[in-house]
Design a protein around this ligand. Structure first.
Ligand code: SF4
Length: 213
C-alpha cells in the first residue's frame, strides 16, 4: 500500500466516525469495482431511482450497470437526444424518487457534506424528498474543516466543472473562483449537510480512490 493510500485510509476512518456521529450510514470500498458491488446490494432493482450529474458516477461505471434494462424505474436523464423540457421533467420527478444517488463536492473530517450546483436540483434531492440518498465519494474529496470544504467546492470543483462545460467563465482562465456575475455560472447554490435527517436515511459510500471533482 502506498503512503497516499495509507493517508487516505486514515482520513477515511476519521471521516467515517464523524459521519456516523452525524447520523449517516457509511460503507467503504477499496476501489470502483467494489463500489459498484456495494451499490448493487443497496439498490432494489424495482426501486424508483434518480441520480444527479456526477463525474464520480461516470468514472465508477454507474451508467453502464444501472440502466433502464435492468432497473426499469430508473429516471434516466442521460438518454441521448432528449429535449431540455424532458430532462427538466425527469429532474423534477427525481425529487420524489425512492432512491437518489449522487456524489458530493467535498466531505469534511467533521462529517459534513458539501454540494455546489447551478440550479440546485441535485441539492434539493440530496436533502429532501427521496427516502434514501446515496452519496458516492472518493477520498480525494475529504477536507480538514468546513472552511476547507467550502474552498474546495468553490475553488476546485466549481472551476473544474466550468472547464468541463467550457463556459468561458472567469475561473476557467484565472484558475480560481472570483464570485463572478456570469449568467452561465455553474455554482449558484451551495448546500452543507451537517446532520442526516432522518437519521440513517442517507448512505455515504467512501471509495479509496481519486474520483471526480
Ligand atoms: S462564481 Fe463564477 S468564477 Fe466562481 S466558480 Fe462560479 S463561474 Fe467560476
Amino acid at each position: 500500500m502506498t503512503e497516499k493510500n495509507i493517508l487516505n485510509k486514515t482520513l477515511s476512518s476519521i471521516t467515517k466516525k464523524s459521519l456516523q456521529k452525524n447520523g449517516f450510514i457509511v460503507h467503504e470500498a477499496d476501489d470502483k469495482a467494489e463500489a459498484i458491488t456495494i451499490l448493487e446490494e443497496l439498490i432494489d432493482k424495482n426501486a424508483i431511482i434518480g441520480y444527479g450529474g456526477s463525474r464520480t458516477l461516470d468514472e465508477i461505471g454507474f451508467h453502464t450497470i444501472f440502466t433502464i434494462r435492468d432497473y426499469p424505474n430508473l429516471l434516466d436523464r442521460n438518454i441521448p437526444d432528449i429535449s431540455r423540457e424532458v430532462k427538466q421533467s425527469i429532474q423534477k420527478r427525481t425529487l420524489s424518487a425512492e432512491i437518489f444517488i449522487s456524489s458530493a463536492n467535498a466531505l469534511t473530517t467533521e462529517g459534513d457534506l458539501i454540494l455546489i450546483d447551478k440550479w440546485g436540483n441535485r441539492n434539493a434531492a440530496a436533502t429532501y424528498g427521496p427516502e434514501k440518498r446515496i452519496f458516492v465519494v472518493g477520498t480525494n474529496k475529504i477536507t480538514s474543516s468546513l472552511d476547507e470544504g467550502l474552498k474546495r467546492a468553490r475553488n476546485y470543483a466549481a472551476v473544474q466543472n466550468n472547464i468541463r462545460f467550457n463556459t468561458g467563465n472567469p475561473c476557467t482562465t484565472k484558475g480560481h473562483c472570483v464570485q463572478c456575475d456570469s449568467k452561465e455560472r455553474l455554482c449558484s447554490v451551495t448546500t452543507i449537510i451537517s446532520k442526516c435527517q432522518p437519521v440513517n436515511s442517507a448512505i455515504i459510500l467512501l471509495i479509496n480512490e481519486d474520483l471526480g471533482f
